[in-house]
Structure formats: C-alpha cells, structure tokens
Design a binder for this molecule. Structure first.
Ligand code: ATP
Ligand code: MG
Length: 675
C-alpha cells in the first residue's frame, strides 16, 4: 500500500524526533512551560469555576482569558507580546501579535514527544472493514517527507498549494506539510468539476496541485487525475501536479506530473518547521456556494488553531482516549476544523471518513460507530434526514453504546430529524449539539456545551454562544435589538480568534459582505432569541419570506412541513404574489414507499402550517419531487428553486457547487406541468 511507510522509517523518526536536535530546539524554545502543561486541566482562571463565569470573562476580560489559553494550549517558538489588536469597524483583526509558532508542530511533534504510538488518524476507507490506523509518529514522518518533497519541488513559504484529494492520511499530511514549511493550503472538495477546480486554482494563483490517480466513493471510481489534467489546461501558472496512487490503476503522466509516492520515499524524515507569525496565512477555503459565488476565505495561524481546538474540546466534551468521528469531507471547513486541526491540536484520535452514508447500505455510519468505537459522532442534517427515510432497523442493527455526543452542522436541523437522532441513534442518552457556524467563523460559534454540567439542551436550538462570541441581533434598519423573544439578523459584536481575516485578494469584498459600518460581523443568517435568551437559527436572510409584512424564516416553515408523516425533506421559498407581496411555495420529497396525492398533501400542509405557525404562512403551491437541488456539501440551494419559480430558469447563477444538475432539470419540467 503506497500510503503506509515501512516500520523502519518510523522507528528512525522516533529516535530523531524524541532525541534529535530539531525537536529539542522546539522544546527549548517553548514558552508554555513543560510539555505536560498542555493538559487542559493546567489552565485555571481565578474566580471563574463555571462556564457562565468563563463565558463572561471571555468577552469582558478578553486579554486575560485568551492570553492564558494562548500561552497554555499552544506551543510557541517565540511568545506573543499582545493578545489582540482588533477593530471590526476598520476591518482589522489580529491575535497573538509578535508570537511565532508552527501549526504542524502543535498538531504533531508535541504529541509524538508524549505519546508517539497513539493513533492520530483512523482512515475509514470506502470499503467497510478496511480501516487503517496512523499513529502520531507515522503522521509526523509522512508530513515531514511530504514537506521535504514540496520544498524540493520548489514550493516556498507563502505559496498556495491546491489539494484536490478525498479524505485520506496523505491529504491530512499534505495540509500539515504546507503548514510545516509555511505554504498556504487550499483544499478543493474532490467532487468538484474541472471548471470549479480551475476557478479556485486561478483565484488563489496556485502553482502546485496535489492529487490522487483515482478516488473511490460509495463504491464508484472517480477519475480525479483526469479532472486535474483538464483543469490545469486552463491554468497556465500551474508548474507541478503531485500524484499519489489511491488505487492500482495507472494514469497517464505528463511533464508537469510528479509521482508523489516515489518522491516521498526519497526524502528525509525530518523537516525543519518554519517559524510562522501568528497572523501569517494558514489556508484559503472557498465557501459552499449556497447563496452565490463561493468566496476564498483566509484563515491565519494561531487564533484559528486555538479556536478550533477549544471548540472541539468543549462543544464535544472531548477527552483523552476518545475516538472522534466527524464524517464531513476534509474539503469543507467542518473537515478542516473538526477532522484535522481541532482534534490533532488536542492530541486526539480522529476518523477520516472516505465513504457515503448509504454505502454499502444505510447502516454504514452506525456499523462504523460500532467497529471503531466512536465516542463523538458529528454529521449533517441532510444525511440524518436521508437515513431517517430508511427507518430505525439500520440503526438498531449496530451497537452504539460507545457514543457519548451527537453533533449536527450545516443547516438547521428540523424537529423530526433532531428527535430521531436523539432518541433512535443516541438512545436518548447522548446530548445532541446543534452547532451553528460558517466557513467565515473558523469554528463553532453557537452551540450547546455538554462539557458544562449545568448546560440545558432544547431540540432544534443552537442554544448558547461559545467563549468569546457576543451575538447581537439587528433589525431591518440596523438597530440593535436588546430584548429577548425577538428575531433579527445575526451579527457578532466583537472579534474572536478563529474568525476569517479577509477574502483572498479582495479585502474590500470582505468588508462589504461581513462587516457593518457600526463594526459588527454580519453573518447573513436570521436568528430568534427566545425569552430565556437562547438562540434558534431561522435560515438565511436572503431566503426570508415576506408575506404582507410578516417575515418568515424558511427553517420554521420547513420544520412544520417535515412533521407531516409523508414528508422526508422539504425546501420552502417565497414567490412573487400580487396581493401579499410573497406567497409560500413548498418543494418536498416523500418518504420511501409513500404515495399521496398532491391535492391531499397540499390540504394537509395548509392545515398543519396554519395551526403550527399562522394562516398567512399556509403554502399555495406544493411541488413533489424526487431530489432537491443541493450543494456538494449537502445544503439545499433555495436560490435555484426561487429562480425556477420566478420563471428565470435561464438565470440560475453560479452552479459550480451544485451536486446534481439533473435534479434541477427535473424540477424545471415538473414546475412547468404544475402551472
Ligand atoms: P455561501 O456562503 O457560499 O453561500 P454557505 O453559507 O452554505 O455558502 P458554509 O460556510 O459552508 O457556506 O455554511 C455556513 C452556513 O450554513 C451558515 O451561514 C448557515 O446558513 C448554515 N448553517 C451552518 N450550521 C447551521 C446550524 N447548525 N443551523 C442553521 N444553519 C446552519
Ligand atoms: Mg455563507
């Protein structure tokens, strides 16, 4: 297997990393005290024992709170002199100024020093039962060899490296190798087309691409190298394509192509980590494209890493020895923060899931939980809704007693899905954390925190802000809404370490999109603050439906629609209405094996929504379809549905992130028949 290095190599790296000059120089340069100081318990805040007290401190005594954590939880090459210098009004955000560190050292070397044989990654390959375990020592060795390969190929500090790979140890090592040598990585989800890949390569002005010959997902082979070949034809600046072998299948190699597995084996297992400033760039990542053209967001080193690690620990109540199973692809921010950086910075064991929820059957997630003894499972509502359609038997077939926490991310989780996740998957004993955040925020911002013994959780609510996050609600005119039991635009009023710093090469667009003139971070999402002060996301502000002056969030209506026994999944949009301004239009997918006429369903939904929300919210149109248009990260693209209903199917906008164009074609045809 090309991925696994012979044992003699890691024995060699062990002796070099534990006694050799390079690690000891890092240890000497450490400002955080002895290595054991990394233990979370080593951080204590006088006078603040509970989470509420800690939360207040995190937003009121920012320098004390974050300074203590920064010093204790990260390994520095040279210490920072100021905790932060942030001014959202001017779009200036900087944390841990003057400090230098290396992210790969924080994710690997210091754990190799303590527990070299601890499993860092469990690669859950597409074929079930073929998992591969990679220890911290092995991952460090692979990263160093790859770092040396990149350097030999001419990659320098500050260069952008495109990684177009499925989740696999080499992809993680590629990210960390970039971090080690000071290059900036840019992952592109390995399901994107050549066009989407080329767009991103060009936008990032990247000269290097790392890929594999073929991908394997859900039992299907994807020709990733062919896609890269096509993309680089449109990108004359690309100087090299490093190709690893995921399958045995040989692929044509051109002058640009470098056989990566062979090159890695020629390299040394030590690679000097570069001292990076806290605010140097760590990675670029493009958003999911649910609302429009994806943006290349920039995250920097220290603040991002600390925030990913802290949220991973406290939202999921992660403890040493736990197996953390986030099934997101590494090509999305969830994969960056909760497959790679958060867990590895915490010295944890993290699962890399290469497959799909339905392969080879709808029991895949739970069979994996049983086999790998996963303790925290983190997935997306779209997958939960999909699996719910197949019934409880696929879940109950497997032992889920290892599970402690269940997480949800990406979209609002509707009540039916939340309850199924909690009661059936988690046997009513595992807290469900509905985590709200964005590519822009770097890590989870609003979520329950089961690590706090006093924490309350309500179905379908993201509940409470994380340390350092001060949510604030604005009305249509930009006034701050201070009371409870109120809905508004979700903003964040002060900077936090994990937030994106800019859009690559377009700071103006960043300021315009995300920062208000009054100095708030504008999320673009709507939120309801309950009478107790808890937060419930109501959907994207672009999708809000305005019916005769009543503003309706899509999440609320979809939640009610999904409670109908026949409905598996729905997308609700507003359409132009002569009298009311906008009316409600429902697209929905039926549960497996259910047949019901559109007329009956429409009448049922009108009654249900009138009862649960209000009469004015009752839908006038209900369209039954077999698939909803989604991004490749699984989110419903309501903007596409809106265009169809407005009869503007010829102007669907940026579709590079759309998963299934055929589903859109079908919906267009069905819509024509409905009118
Ligand atoms: P684009 O910004 O390109 O339109 P996107 O917003 O889907 O795409 P991401 O950064 O991947 O890109 O997703 C963040 C968005 O996902 C949030 O702004 C929010 O709308 C939605 N979201 C994420 N988690 C939750 C959640 N727990 N509850 C409700 N919505 C969520
Ligand atoms: Mg967004």
């Amino acid at each position: 297997m090309a991925w696994l290095l012979p044992r003699r190599c890691y024995l060699k790296v062990c002796s070099q990393t534990s006694r050799g000059p390079f690690l000891s120089s890092i240890v000497r340069a450490w400002s955080g005290g002895p290595l054991t100081a990394y233990m979370p318990e080593a951080v204590s805040f006088p006078g603040s024992k509970n989470h509420q007290g800690l939360y207040r401190m995190s937003v009121e005594q920012v320098d004390t709170f974050w300074g203590t954590l920064g010093r204790n939880r990260l390994t520095w090459i040279s210490p920072f002199h100021s905790v932060q210098d942030c001014n959202l009004e001017q779009g200036w955000v900087a944390w841990f100024l003057g400090g230098q560190l290396n992210v790969a050292v924080n994710c690997l070397d210091r754990h190799v020093h303590r527990a070299p044989n601890k499993v860092a990654l469990i690669w859950e390959k597409d074929e079930p039962g073929k998992e591969v375990q990679i220890t911290y020592r092995e991952l460090l060795e692979l990263t160093c060899r790859l770092g040396n390969t990149l350097k030999r190929q001419g990659v320098k500090k500050g260069d952008r490296v495109t990684i177009y790979m499925p989740p696999c140890p080499l992809a993680v090592a590629s990210m960390l190798a970039c971090a080690r040598i000071g290059a900036i990585h840019m992952l592109v989800f390995a399901g994107f087309s050549a066009e989407a890949l080329a767009d991103r390569i060009q936008d990032a002005q990247s000269e290097t691409v790392i890929t594999v010959n073929q991908g394997l997902r859900g039992g299907r082979v994807t020709e990733l190298k062919q896609t890269v070949d096509q993309a680089v034809k449109w990108c004359p600046k690309v100087k090299r394509v490093l190709v690893s072998m995921r399958t045995e299948q040989k692929v044509p190699m051109s002058d640009l192509d470098v056989p990566l597995d062979e090159e890695i084996m020629k390299e040394d297992v030590c690679c000097e980590p570069v001292a990076m400033d806290s605010e140097d760039l760590l990675f670029l990542l493009y958003t999911s494209g649910s609302t429009g053209k994806p943006k290349g967001l920039v995250h920097s080193q220290a603040g991002y890493l600390l925030y990913a690690a802290l949220t991973h620990k406290y939202v999921f109540d992660y403890h040493d020895g736990d197996v953390f199973g986030c099934v997101a692809d590494i090509g999305w921010i969830t994969g960056h923060s909760y497959v790679v950086y958060g867990p590895l910075c915490n010295g944890g064991t993290t699962v890399l899931f290469e497959s799909t929820p339905l392969y080879p059957d709808p029991g895949r997630y739970w069979e994996t939980v049983e086999r790998l003894r996963i303790n925290q499972f983190y997935g997306a509502p779209t997958a939960i809704r999909l699996l719910l359609r197949y019934g409880d038997k696929w879940v109950k077939k497997y032992d889920r007693s290892s599970l402690k926490i269940l997480g949800s991310v990406g979209e609002p989780i509707n009540t039916e899905a939340w309850e199924w996740y909690f009661n059936v998957v988690g046997e009513a004993r595992c807290p469900v954390v509905d985590t709200w955040w964005q590519t822009e925020t770097g890590g989870i911002c609003i979520s329950p925190r089961p690590s706090d013994p006093g924490d309350e959780i309500r179905p379908g609510l993201a509940m409470r802000p994380f340390f350092g996050i001060s949510p604030c609600l604005l009305d249509d005119k930009g006034n701050v809404l201070t009371e409870n039991d109120v809905s508004g635009a979700l903003c964040i009023s002060q900077a936090w370490p994990g937030m994106a710093r800019t859009i690559y090469n377009d700071h103006k667009r960043f300021l315009f999109m995300f920062l208000t003139a009054t100095g708030f971070f504008f999320t673009g999402d709507g939120v309801y603050r309950t009478s107790e002060g808890y937060y419930q996301l109501t959907g994207r502000l672009d999708d809000v439906i305005n019916i005769s002056g009543h503003r309706l969030g899509t999440a609320e209506v979809e939640d009610a629609v999904n409670q109908h026994a026949a409905v598996a999944e729905s997308a609700v949009i507003g359409y132009p209405h002569n009298i009311k301004g906008e009316g409600v239009y429902v697209f929905l997918v039926l549960k497996k094996g259910i047949y019901i006429s559109r007329e009956t369903l429409t009448a049922d939904l009108q009654e249900l929504i009138s009862k649960k929300i209000a009469k004015y919210a009752a839908p006038e149109y209900v369209q039954i379809t077999s698939r909803l248009p989604k991004t490749r990260s699984g989110k419903i693209m309501r903007r596409v549905l809106k265009k169809i209903v407005e009869n503007k199917a010829h102007q669907l906008g940026d579709l590079t992130t759309l998963e299934d164009y055929e589903a859109v074609q079908k919906i267009i045809e069905e819509h024509k028949c409905l009118l």
